[in-house]
Ligand binder design. Sequence first.
Ligand SMILES: *Cc1c(COP(=O)(O)O)cnc(C)c1O
Length: 375
Amino acid sequence: MSQSRSPIYVTKPFLPDLQEFMPYMEKIWANQVLTNGGPFHQQLEHALCDHLGVEHIALFANGTLGLVTALQALRVTGEVITTPYSFVATAHSLLWNGIKPVFVDISRDTLNLDPSKIEAAITPQTTAIMPVHCYGHPCDVEAIQKIADNYNLKVIYDAAHAFGVRMDDGHSVLRHGDLSVLSFHATKVFNTFEGGAIVCPDAKTKQRIDHLKNFGFVDETTVVAPGINGKMSEINAAFGLVQLQHIDAALARRAEIDARYRTELADLPGVRCVRDSGERVANHSYFPILVGPEYLHSRDALYARLRENDIYARRYFYPLISDFPMYRSMPSANPSHLPVASDIARKVLCLPIYPALSDADQGRVIDVIRGACRT
Ligand SMILES: *Cc1c(COP(=O)(O)O)cnc(C)c1O
């Protein structure tokens, strides 16, 4: 182990050279447009539609406001079926709308909402399904849409992890469902410091969302809905335009890191690298492993051992959302109803993956995991 080692975090935000950003700042200072759908906001919306291969995008100040607003835009009420295996913002966006989350277990293959368990959770109050493309691996979008069509439910994807992901038909995963919500938080594959977006299928829906993210204003004197302030600022939008120039290289480096982990951990008893769910273009946003009983140590012992070596892997997603105090008394939050999610939450560990992770530092992570395996 090297002497002067620096900490390795699960992720490190990608930042381009500051000099690349300065001309954009100068433009903002010159035109004095700071927000409210200014020129960089509009440019980034168009650039993202082109890059992602989608029709319409509405930018947001963050992904959580995007989720909250998406539910408002579709007038979702009552109960919504969702996954317990996600970041807590997924279910929080429901509570903020006075909607009752109904948790359904995940599939062991994809770690996404298990379509075969959705129907049993539908009641007369159910109005929508909110699945998550966990780790950027697509849900079974066909099966979910079929159920939604049969029961006349909306589908809102929390696509916070799914930037740039394309299905086996080559189309963006973000084209599925009624709406998809992205996050551009600092820790995500594509970041604008803070930021997010709703991908919508038609201009009319985008217009409604654009009103909702600006207090419900449609013109100077007309307010049509109790909207919120969800707008992305010009500075974040400008930064997004710079980031977009680096995204292909960033994803290529992530792919290399992903491939090396898979090779070097392949023969390790009790360690399973989570596979993708068949996407043609993956984004390698996370590198989750599942630590089983055949491994020499428990998941938490490995987590601690990595920390002793200044490596900060993270247990995404543990605890389950359904185990947090505002959810755990709900009938659907009972762990006996969520056996797969409960099992995965006990085994999962996300290893460091980010474009600036050096080969040497990745080697340190691998050595600790392999070393911890030797008797
Ligand atoms: C990051 C994340 C969010 C929240 O996005 P913010 O931009 O941080 O508000 C929502 N859902 C999932 C699954 C996330 O990972």
